[in-house]
Design a protein. Structure first.
Length: 170
């Protein structure tokens, strides 16, 4: 199915985007921590080394984007939380029913989140909400969350009809 192949590529690419953001966050965090360590040493000699300006602003915005970009991939791989201990004892039809029901619920959750995030972005733009230190407009980061939720909803919807195994190998 071409749609499923395209969706899989989009989900994998989006998760890699989130991974690159997380790597960037780790690097900036390491640089910031090194700055604090260097500052402790510099103070002993009357000097000063500052941390990364606006570190908290950048990390706050980017962590949300990066984390949510992993949700569609997690749904695709069946990596969401499940009560496997109980479901191992259930018959096959019950497992399929629970998978279908949870996929339907995930579609609803992801769509509601996408709608609410869109409304929130519009409000934040109208109110000119900015990060406190860097003054970045917050609404600019929200469309990536909407994309994540939309991909998540598509993956869950496909799983309603195709099942949790979407042809993606281990």
């Amino acid at each position: 199915m071409p749609f499923i192949t395209l969706l899989r590529r989009a989900v994998h690419t989006w998760a890699l985007f989130g991974g690159v953001l997380l790597l960037g966050i780790v690097i900036v965090t390491a640089v910031n921590a090194a700055g604090f360590a260097a500052n402790m040493i510099a103070r002993a000699f009357g000097g000063h080394v500052s941390g990364v300006p606006g570190y908290e602003d950048a990390v706050t915005m980017l962590v949300g984007v990066a984390a949510l970009s992993m949700f569609p991939y997690c749904q695709w791989r069946g990596g969401h939380a499940a009560v496997d201990v109980v479901m191992q004892l259930a018959p096959g039809w019950a497992n399929r029913a629970v998978c279908t029901l949870t996929s339907i619920l995930m579609v609803v959750v992801a769509v509601v989140m996408a709608v609410m995030l869109t409304q929130g972005a519009i409000e934040m733009r109208q109110d000119s909400v900015e990060t406190p230190v860097l003054g970045w407009p917050v609404w600019v980061f929200v469309p990536t969350a909407v994309i994540s939720c939309t991909l998540w909803a598509f993956v869950a919807a496909v799983q309603v009809f195709v099942g949790p195994e979407t042809g993606d190998g281990p």
